[in-house]
Design a protein around this ligand. Structure first.
Ligand SMILES: *[C@@H]1O[C@H](CO)[C@@H](O)[C@H](O)[C@H]1NC(C)=O
Ligand SMILES: *[C@@H]1O[C@H](CO)[C@@H](O)[C@H](O)[C@H]1NC(C)=O
Ligand SMILES: *[C@@H]1O[C@H](CO)[C@@H](O)[C@H](O)[C@H]1NC(C)=O
Ligand SMILES: *[C@@H]1O[C@H](CO)[C@@H](O)[C@H](O)[C@H]1NC(C)=O
Length: 202
């Protein structure tokens, strides 16, 4: 089906081709750009793509359920990660709010500061909140799954990519006990401790 449409439209205009090739998972996500949430500019290192790992985190901070609250928290997190932790920017590639929106952190193609030993070889998606004792809401979970599928569609991750929780790579509670138990049932999940596991970590 996709192929037929491609043949039909590919000589007409590049716009049509891009539209058809941009498949559903990415399109179903509402991204909030750095400009929209008021990010400070940063100078980050390009990451070699594709990567083979996706790490799921929680922020272990407040939750938010509307865009204005989520924007404020993402902005505060950028300051915390840059000024207090010296990460140079918000650590994660993307941050997912309780409002179901996806806030652009370092984006798809920059080295992150999120998962010690794996920062140059993975993308990290962090869900806003602390999920030790309760699960993220359905909107967030849907957005997270779409984001993983989108990474695959965009070939950010290789065909054989794996999904892990932060704690599969380092000794941490992240992404929270209850949420971690859920991730373990997801497609592509590979349990830790990974061969690169580090503890303690910087
Ligand atoms: C960005 O970082 C690179 C590599 O560290 C450096 O060479 C370059 O001057 C920096 N650019 C800016 C605008 O700070
Ligand atoms: C967002 O949510 C917070 C707390 O749940 C509430 O106080 C605030 O009024 C809401 N803002 C908007 C714009 O809905
Ligand atoms: C990081 O903090 C420095 C010093 O306050 C500031 O100049 C810079 O704009 C900040 N960058 C980011 C990306 O937050
Ligand atoms: C989440 O996704 C499922 C499956 O596609 C859908 O049935 C459900 O309505 C979605 N929930 C929300 C809150 O968007």
């Amino acid at each position: 089906m996709l192929f037929q449409y491609f043949i039909l439209f590919c000589f007409c205009s590049t716009f049509a081709v891009e539209q058809i090739l941009a498949s559903s998972a990415c399109e179903s996500i509402h991204f909030v750009s750095r400009k929209e949430w008021g990010a400070l500019p940063s100078n980050l290192t390009e990451m070699k793509l594709p990567v083979h790992h996706v790490f799921i985190h929680h922020t272990a901070e407040e939750e938010c359920f509307n865009m204005s609250d989520c924007k404020r928290l993402v902005k505060e997190m950028q300051v915390f990660h840059n000024v207090t932790r010296h990460f140079g920017d918000i650590g994660y590639n993307f941050i997912i709010g309780g409002d179901g929106n996806v806030y652009v952190g370092r984006g798809w193609d920059k080295n992150g500061r999120h998962t010690s030993g794996m920062n140059e070889r993975s993308v990290a998606f962090s869900l806003m909140g602390n999920f030790m004792k309760h699960l993220p809401g359905e909107k967030m979970l849907n957005a997270t799954k779409n984001l993983i599928a989108c990474a695959f569609e965009k070939k950010i991750v290789a065909d054989d990519f794996q999904v892990h929780g932060h704690r599969d790579q380092v000794c941490t509670d992240c992404p929270g006990d209850l949420f971690y138990n859920l991730i373990r049932k997801w497609d592509r999940y590979v349990a830790g401790p990974l061969p690169t596991y580090t503890c303690p970590y910087p």
